[in-house]
Design a protein around this ligand. Sequence first.
Ligand SMILES: Nc1ncnc2c1ncn2[C@@H]1O[C@H](COP(=O)(O)OP(=O)(O)OP(=O)(O)O)[C@@H](O)[C@H]1O
Ligand SMILES: [Mg+2]
Length: 294
Amino acid sequence: MSDSIGDTTAPEIETETESEVETGSDSVAEAAVGDEADPTITTVDNPVVKANELTVHYDDVQALQPVSMGIPQGEVTAIIGPSGCGKSTFLRCINRMNDLVDSAQMDGELLFKGKNVYDDDVDPVALRRKIGMVFQKPNPFPKSIYDNVAYGLNVRGDDENLDERVERALKRAALWDEVKDQLDESGLELSGGQQQRLCIARAIAADPEVILMDEPASALDPVATSKIEDLIAELAEDYTVIVVTHNMQQAARISDKTAVFLTGGKLVEFDNTQKIFENPDHQRVEDYITGKFG
Ligand SMILES: Nc1ncnc2c1ncn2[C@@H]1O[C@H](COP(=O)(O)OP(=O)(O)OP(=O)(O)O)[C@@H](O)[C@H]1O
Ligand SMILES: [Mg+2]
């Protein structure tokens, strides 16, 4: 099985340089106003995903102002901010899900391991295997539990040791013990929280490096939410996880780093989660976190 998402002869960008980061910060600063004129975007060594001046328009509505940031490998990065600030838009740029929105126009670069995913030679389907996605509403296929997990492998004719790989993915998604005796039953008969873990198992079976999650627990009850949160922490041992959440406590509990987008699609602050929640640089970030708006 190839790890390639396209022509990877392009040189890998191993580390972001000071100048790259400053370029990003400056251009966001140009677009910013008032006390947000100086965003604080921390540098990350060896980012697995890196946005360079990434902007998105839907027709003539600008959903993201130029975003420049690096996402650290093997950590959980939370993305927070008020409704409509561009969190899902940013997430969907990372594995080119926005390609499916006709009106979406992306500019700038989005690098995955140094390769711009918007280059002509990148296959979006191969990219989405490497950068899997889990949505707010669990979306199992109307198939058996087994076939849900095996789906991606079957589609690409990669059926060697299928039973073993399905079992491994279900174990990794902390679902195996609950479903091992009912693998032939429909995925749609599981509870909401189990369905969400099934979707995580489906993403894991494709052998991704990055898992994107867009509010993965917001439709779940507190017990199911807590299971997903525990799972995210465990997944970070093997994968890079980028998770959008509206729940501040959840972001504080589960993430290593937090990016705060504010209204207008502007990335205002990106730093260690503890710093963002205890001592953010920006008053509006503090106001948002403490519930004064949003
Ligand atoms: N498919 C689309 N077509 C047109 N405009 C869109 C589309 N998707 C998003 N937008 C617009 O882009 C902006 C950012 O939307 P996005 O969904 O990324 O925000 P969000 O931060 O994820 O919000 P929420 O917290 O409500 O999920 C909003 O103004 C939204 O109306
Ligand atoms: Mg959203």
